[in-house]
Design a protein around this ligand. Structure first.
Ligand code: PLP
Length: 389
């Protein structure tokens, strides 16, 4: 091991895959809410909705307690239910498909296009369509946008609803323009955070109103409206949930949203630095999305050379102070879905997921950190290969 590596190890904290960027402004925003005395959904949530919509060139937005809740809300409000099939990429977080199960519909798992473009394959989606297919949930994996024109053609030709799981794509105005609804996540490891939280974009005002009512138990008016109205009554006219956001989260969200463009730009720069370093130093590692394209650069996935012992690479990196992660185990390999689809084979995503490793990427990193990660990865991959032979 080179002395520089040792040096870095001794005086650096673990480099995290993701890290929330929080500071004095978020603290002040939280203190303002507490001083104001109204902590549940109110003016700050509505201001956050308007600001998020504006940042994405949308008419309006519906704030929710999580992306998962927002996806459930969207599917329910769009009337999906038992007997319906929904196409979902196998390369995603479990929540994307779980939401389909929440409404009693059937998720149909679809392979990815290629190792180079690990987004849902249109060709495989076409193959998996049946007369019961009603919707497609696209995932902008790692922040790289799915092909809008191609998916709109696909959906229009079959009369399908297009829904975006845009958990990775906050800050991209193109996200939210594909179809019926798009849902964003503000979980702690996303490009902007409210700790827990999410936002739904939908072009149809009636759909937005339905989701607004559904996020608050299906009540005809919320606590905030009743608080400020002359008559305190309400009715329940539909099955609703509690997927509300609160003022504390909205206050943090407003601060974070203001910083998001600069953070996404920083992520782009860091991704380019990674690409250059890896191409020069470790060409046997493959970096997907080489052609770039519009992205929020949410994570930095790479593919280890075939045959390299990934657990050993992960352990070696951890020992050198570099945390890594995997995005994602394919859904049909998770017990819940394995039991539902025991015979499903999706060869491209299986190959991708067996080799994928996610490197640290967040705005708190600098170029020296990336040089260190690249050096550590080189050491780990070549060490693991030697260990295996
Ligand atoms: C994080 C994530 C979710 C879930 O978001 P929550 O806000 O935690 O509910 C859903 N889908 C994808 C692709 C994600 O990365």
């Amino acid at each position: 091991m080179s002395p520089t590596l040792l040096e870095r190890m001794s005086n650096r904290a673990m480099l995290a895959v993701a890290e929330p960027q929080l500071g004095a402004e978020e603290k002040a925003a939280l203190a303002d809410v507490i001083d104001a005395g109204w902590i549940t959904m109110g003016e700050r949530v509505f201001a956050f909705e308007r600001a998020f919509a504006q940042a994405h060139d949308a008419a309006d937005a519906v704030a929710v307690s999580s992306c998962t809740g927002g996806l459930h809300l969207a599917l329910q409000a769009l009337g999906l239910g038992p007997g319906d099939e929904v196409l979902v990429p196998a390369l995603t977080f479990a929540a994307t498909a779980n939401c389909v199960l929440y409404v009693g519909a059937t998720p149909v798992l679809v392979d990815i296009e290629s190792l180079e473009t690990p987004l849902m394959s249109i060709e495989d989606a076409r193959f998996r369509c049946t007369p019961r297919t009603r919707a497609v949930i696209l995932v902008h994996y790692a922040g790289y946008l799915a092909d809008r024109a191609a998916w709109q053609d696909f959906a229009t030709a079959r009369g399908l609803l297009l829904i975006e799981d845009a958990a990775h794509a906050a800050g991209l105005p193109e996200a939210g323009t594909y179809g019926a609804a798009a849902v964003f996540s503000f979980y702690g490891n996303k490009n902007m955070t409210t700790a827990e939280g999410g936002m739904v974009l939908a072009a149809d005002e009636e759909l937005r109103e339905r989701m607004r009512q559904m996020r608050g138990h299906g009540l005809t008016s919320g606590t905030f409206q009743r608080h400020s109205a002359a008559q305190p009554g309400y009715d329940v006219t539909m099955l609703g949930f509690n997927y509300r956001m609160d003022e504390l989260r909205a206050a943090i969200g407003l601060v974070q949203l203001g910083k998001l463009p600069a953070w996404n730009e920083r992520r782009r720069t860091l991704t380019e630095v990674y690409r250059a370093l890896l191409a020069r130093q470790l060409p046997e590692v493959t970096v997907p999305f080489a052609q770039g394209g519009i992205s929020s650069h949410h994570i930095m996935p790479v593919l280890l050379p075939r045959g390299v012992d990934r657990p050993q690479v992960i352990e070696r990196l951890r020992a050198m102070g570099v945390q890594t992660s995997m995005h994602y185990p394919p859904l049909h390999r998770l017990a819940l879905y394995r039991e539902r689809f025991p015979d499903l084979a999706l060869p491209i995503v299986e190959d991708f997921a067996a080799r994928e490793l996610t490197l640290p990427l967040h705005p708190g990193l600098d170029e020296d950190d990336l040089r260190f990660v690249t050096e550590a990865l080189t050491e780990a991959v070549r060490g693991a290969a030697r260990g295996a032979s």
